[in-house]
Design a protein around this ligand. Sequence first.
Ligand SMILES: Nc1ncnc2c1ncn2[C@@H]1O[C@H](COP(=O)(O)OP(=O)(O)OP(=O)(O)O)[C@@H](O)[C@H]1O
Length: 310
Amino acid sequence: MTIGQPLIQARGLVKRFGDFTAVDGIDVEVRRGEAFGFLGPNGAGKSSTMRMIGCISPPSGGELRILGLDPVRDGPAVRARLGVCPQLDSLDPELTVRENLTTYARYFGIPRRVARERAAELLDFVQLAERAESRVDPLSGGMKRRLTIARALVNDPEIVLLDEPTTGLDPQARHLVWERLFRLKQQGVTLVLTTHYMDEAEQLCDRLVVMDGGRIVAEGSPRALIERHATREVVELRFAGDSQEAFAGKLDGLGERVEVLPDRILLYVSDGDAAVAEVSARGLEPAGVLVRRGSLEDVFLHLTGRTLID
Ligand SMILES: Nc1ncnc2c1ncn2[C@@H]1O[C@H](COP(=O)(O)OP(=O)(O)OP(=O)(O)O)[C@@H](O)[C@H]1O
């Protein structure tokens, strides 16, 4: 499927809680068929934005159109065409895995027979068919997440909203969830998600925005953002002792930029190995050296002066 017309359009979108502004006038456009990410640290306003898009929380200002409709006036019509995977699983522990899907399908008025077929397909899709008759409680965190994603797909939605779909999962469970999201994207479903995991955002998202303090500080494709705000390679140096700062002065002029963090120094360079050689030539002996590619984490650090997971 080609990426096309805008399905979500926000202009100057605001969310206030009393005097506090959680989302401070953001412009966002999500097009059909793309995977769109909201990135940012805790409290950036990602979930508040997702809740407005999900018709769960009304905007305090600005304009929002979802599928060409107004999420406040046309809430039920919009919700019928959305799949929502909230940050915390809200599965029914009294029901079996299968019943969680068939019961949810009834909220959308899906006939019982169709709901059963659909549940069977979705359980296959999220690799939970063998657990269909099991209760929810004994499932692992990763299985619950996959079931929540299946539940979000019951109404065959045009847009799926996923708020931190992999937070709290171990690496293997994360991988399984992420792999299913890739598959959905291949099927042409529009995905809108939030995540703290830069590697995942980099691989899955066609475009993303970086949020901080309720505002958008950058937007673009992962590759374009990395090209603009980072370098091809990054050298991470860790010096023994309490202060990295003391060593930073000796790295002047090395590469495009030097970032000093409490536990390491980052050198933004085009050639990591050449920079490491220059560090040695200057008589410096770091306790740890790592050469890696520039990443979205670097983009975030450059734009906000902070690392994503503080
Ligand atoms: N119902 C509420 N009442 C008051 N303040 C709120 C409410 N919901 C969110 N906030 C505040 O709004 C800000 C943005 O929160 P939000 O949950 O949107 O951030 P986030 O980027 O999703 O963070 P996280 O990654 O922790 O989920 C935070 O400072 C939060 O405390």
